[in-house]
Design a protein around this ligand. Structure first.
Ligand SMILES: [Ca+2]
Ligand SMILES: [Ca+2]
Ligand SMILES: [Ca+2]
Length: 170
């Protein structure tokens, strides 16, 4: 099934990669689940589901391949859910320290914009390494947060809140 869907062959430009995390979500709301893939030290991939026939890699055109600084990250985790409650699922990735953990806001028309800076996430994520993450509304207030697991066993889990309950979500 993987090969039939067009996901097995090495990328013609990038070759074989170390994909670390993935998240299925319907970013263009066409009823077909698409696939975001976070790669280690390489641009992220976004596979657009072409109505169940095959997947097409569209990360660069969609604006999720690189950070707004034009850098790839060592992607360690990824989740895709609607963080600002506008009805469109967004993407949040974790990365190694020295890199930001990009938050890509889905602005519709099959494109995203990097909201890491506007969400106040540059400083708190630059200094930390995050592995697995998930976007969950822990306290049932209608706003989701994205805690990330940290690699050191001595560390306590970090809770990087990407939403607030105010009138301006980020
Ligand atoms: Ca879709
Ligand atoms: Ca959203
Ligand atoms: Ca909440």
């Amino acid at each position: 099934m993987t090969a039939k869907a067009g996901l097995a062959a090495p990328d013609p430009e990038y070759g074989t990669l170390w994909a670390v995390a993935a998240a299925f979500f319907d970013y263009d709301k066409d009823g077909w689940l698409d696939l975001f893939v976070s790669n280690d030290n390489w641009p992220a991939f976004l596979f657009h589901n072409r109505q169940g026939r095959r997947f097409e890699e569209v990360a660069l055109a969609a604006g999720v391949a690189y950070t707004e600084m034009g850098k790839e990250i060592s992607g360690m985790g990824a989740d895709a859910r609607d963080l600002d409650n506008d009805g469109r699922p967004d993407v949040f990735q974790t990365a190694l320290d020295g890199e930001t953990m990009p938050l890509f806001r889905n602005r519709g028309a099959m494109t995203f914009e990097d909201w890491t800076g506007r969400a106040g996430l540059v400083a708190p994520t630059l200094a930390n390494t995050g592995w697995s993450n998930g976007i969950v509304d822990f306290n049932n207030d209608g706003w989701k947060s994205s805690p990330a697991a940290r690699p050191s066993a001595a560390s306590t889990p970090s809770a990087t809140s990407t939403t607030t309950a105010g009138s301006t979500p980020w």
